[in-house]
Design a protein around this ligand. Structure first.
Ligand code: GDD
Ligand code: GTP
Length: 424
């Protein structure tokens, strides 16, 4: 029997994802028509022997519980949300909830970072894990370019045995182009290793001048404190993947992930369906790949795609053009407007003949192994880095205006055109 854990973090993370994370936790942000971590759940349920999925994070229970209940109904499998009392780090939560993970004695358990997007090949990873009987952990790794590798966990791999011989988390200078994808299989014995780290920390921190030692000892970083220690122990192995993999850190990376998930799900008609609620075909012009929720209402003269996801209850008027964008639930795009490289928030309204346009932040296709840059909002001079345009929820854009490379916080009624601005 197998289990899976998805690490979803909590509200203080995901700052680069604002303002989209202001009204919805980042793990639930819809990409290609599904909440981000539903893609992880779909990958997990494909595993034959998987019995339970545990989401571990520190979001308030009521932010995650309705989603968990819905997932249980859809997939008919045990899915639980385990809430950390505070951020416990990427291994602290695993250790804190070890009894729940070990319950039923699974043969192994998967751990997936909630903020990665990929063609998760979990069965291959598990088969790979089984080929090394002494393995405590097997990790999916991919390749980045030299410069970008510094933003990830870097691994030196013995290409004959696939053993990880050296691991450095976000090194300050180049170590290896092989980077940790944040997708692992662990054997249950890993809890012994984490327990030893916990005990050592507790011991060090319980000395009189160390404040609240127990609480700090509970915060354990998987990458720095466990993986780095396991390197060269002959218990840590890496499986190379060269299929699509990306992180979801910034809003710009949501558009990039949207495109790849839409492409990946082409074979699943439900995802790229163009049927409305009544089962009639949506007869506007579609340039694939496009996901349209069946409850969306779209004028037949609209032109949509490629790489567009349209959420439930959205209304799209005559002559509208949408391209490389995500339109969230109940948004209204009025006649003859244009939306390019943008995310339109829930309940927002774009008036007639308006133009909402952003700058794509995709990885450079001419650089081999390039990943998303995930730049912060502002550059060193305090100026906004050009990126996609984002409207928070409940924003109203007047007719005949232009919004370019801008971010608008929720519930703003704009009165003019804006360019390279954040409207607070
Ligand atoms: N439950 C819980 N508690 N989850 C957490 C916590 C925590 O205290 N801290 C982070 N997470 C979750 C995040 O929500 C995210 O899904 C995942 O763990 C990774 O956390 P980050 O701390 O944001 O790390 P990162 O994304 O910069 O780097 C990690 O992922 C890279 C691949 O995407 C590392 O594992 C790197 O080595 C790796 O290359
Ligand atoms: P490519 O063919 O992708 O190179 O695009 P383009 O240079 O023709 O135009 P752009 O990338 O600016 O826009 C993409 C799509 O939106 C094109 O199909 C345009 O015809 C359409 N489009 C551009 N501007 C407007 C506009 O103001 N209103 C509407 N309704 N559509 C527009």
């Amino acid at each position: 029997m197998l289990k899976a854990v998805i690490l979803i973090g909590g509200p203080q993370k995901g700052t680069r994802f604002r303002p989209l994370s202001l009204d919805i936790p980042k793990p639930l942000f819809p990409v290609a028509g599904l909440p981000l971590i539903q893609h992880h759940i779909e990958a997990c349920i494909l595993l034959e022997n998987l019995k339970e999925i545990l989401l571990i994070g520190f979001y308030a229970d009521d932010q995650i519980k309705p989603f968990v209940n819905k997932m249980q109904r859809i997939y008919n499998i045990s899915i639980k949300y385990l809430q950390e009392f505070t951020a416990l780090g990427t291994a602290g939560g695993l250790f804190h909830f070890r009894d729940q993970i070990r319950c039923g004695n699974p043969d192994a358990f998967f751990v997936l970072n909630g903020d990665v997007c990929a063609d998760f090949q979990l069965d291959s990873l598990y088969n790979f894990h089984k080929t090394n009987p002494k393995a405590l952990v097997s990790v999916m790794y991919t390749e980045a370019n030299k410069q970008q590798s510094l933003n990830f966990g870097c691994m030196v791999i013995d290409r004959k045995t696939n053993e990880v011989t050296h691991y450095v988390e976000k090194p300050s200078s180049y170590v290896s182009a092989f980077i940790n994808c944040g997708v692992y299989v662990f054997s249950l014995d890993i809890f012994q290793t984490i327990g030893e780290v916990f005990a050592t920390k507790q011991n060090d921190l319980s000395k009189p001048d160390c404040g609240n030692g127990n609480k700090e000892a509970s915060h354990i970083q998987l990458e720095k404190e466990i993986l780095a220690r396991l390197a060269a122990s002959k218990k840590f192995f890496g499986m190379h993947v060269n299929t699509w993999w990306s992180q979801l850190k910034t809003a710009g990376s949501a558009i990039y992930a949207n495109r790849h998930y839409l492409e990946l799900y082409k074979t699943k008609p439900r995802r790229t369906s163009n049927l409305n609620e009544k089962g009639d075909e949506v007869c506007c012009t579609l340039h694939p790949d496009v996901y349209i929720d069946p409850t969306a209402v779209i004028d037949q003269s609209a032109v949509i795609g490629p790489n567009v996801s349209i959420g439930p209850g959205v209304f799209i008027g005559a002559g509208v053009r949408i391209h490389e964008s995500i339109i969230l639930a109940n948004a209204v795009i009025e006649d003859h407007s244009l939306v390019l490289h943008s995310i339109i928030g829930t309940n927002s309204r774009v008036g007639k003949w308006a133009r909402v346009e952003g700058t794509p932040t995709d990885p450079d296709p001419n650089k081999p192994f390039a990943k998303m840059e995930n730049l912060s909002l502002f550059n060193r001079n305090g100026r906004l880095n050009p990126s996609i345009t984002i409207l928070g929820c409940g924003v109203s854009v007047p007719s005949e205006t232009i919004l370019l490379n801008s971010i608008v916080l929720p519930n703003k009624d704009l009165t003019r055109s804006i360019k390279n601005e954040i409207i607070l």
